[in-house]
Design a protein around this ligand. Sequence first.
Ligand code: FAD
Length: 326
Amino acid sequence: MGKVLVFVETKGDEPRKASLELLCEAEKLAASGKFSVEAVCFGAMSDVLKGRLLSCVRRLVRFTDPELAAYSPEGYARALAGYAAETGARMIVAGATGIGRDFLPRVAVMLGTGMVSDVTGANWFDEPMTFVRPMFGGKVFAEVAFPASPVVVTARPNSFAMDIPEGVNGEYEEKAAGSLGGAIHTRVVRVEETKGDAVDLTEADLIVAGGRGLKAAENFKLIEDLAAAIGGTVGATRSVVDAKWRDQADQIGKSGKTVSPKLYIGAGISGAIHHIMGMDTSKVVLAVNRDPNAIIFNYANYGIVGDLFEVLPAMTEEIRKRKERG
Ligand SMILES: Cc1cc2nc3c(=O)[nH]c(=O)nc-3n(C[C@H](O)[C@H](O)[C@H](O)COP(=O)(O)OP(=O)(O)OC[C@H]3O[C@@H](n4cnc5c(N)ncnc54)[C@H](O)[C@@H]3O)c2cc1C
């Protein structure tokens, strides 16, 4: 039976959504009887968090080394690769989050294998396994086979259904990786939380993004109001970030974040390829632009040709009214 290790990222009492999606997907693999699945995590673990994870995965291993209390790419990679080698893991999986993208390649190198990054779909039972991943900035989706073992994978958030399993009551183990001192060359001295939406852009189901068509920083209130009305997260183009209307944390695109929401609403955004690369796996795209030839309409399921200063308030108003009516 092939062993699957799922790296779990946590924040406070919650697993990150990208990790939870992978745990739900992995439980399907465990239920098939062809794989055994373990979640691996580092850092603090409250009883609430432990309970939450153990209801989704059959076995949870937490590394307790003090050097791993804060994120360390070298330390996490050494511990996870060591554990994968020790257990003969067939596959190591993590969300394609900032942290997952950062240290999983190191794990692959340490294990002497390759990796497939940013996957949006997988055929776990194929031999060799095959994965779907966007290439060339999302212009094509490639299906790639991975004949080597172990398989190291990062998966784009919002790519796998979050079907929370029922009746799982996993076992918990604490471990020490040991002798990490020599591997760790950097140390976190301070963590500053950025102010922002409660839901991280990369994991948001609903995003309202604004571009230069907003004309000024204060007009982003229109985007914020619509986002608040639908319970969404605010995103922005690089032009907006360069103009200092929004923080860099809000930037979607090639040099910003990659998002895959269920609904992406983009207003006053032209649809430059550098922006599209970060949002083209959105399930549904609604674009608002006064230029009927704006490129973003080529990527939109729904398009509104109009002035965003009229369209956005009207949408927000209508959504609020409908919510009030219940
Ligand atoms: C190496 C590199 C990396 C980059 N990385 C990124 C990235 O990560 N993310 C990113 O977004 N960009 C990135 N860019 C920049 C990118 O190429 C574009 O310049 C940028 O995305 C354009 O932003 P925009 O759509 O807000 O502005 P514009 O292209 O100026 O578009 C504004 C749009 O608003 C519309 N508009 C104007 N007024 C109204 C109105 N009243 N009502 C409705 N619509 C209106 C206009 O018709 C226009 O289509 C990168 C560029 C380079 C070279």
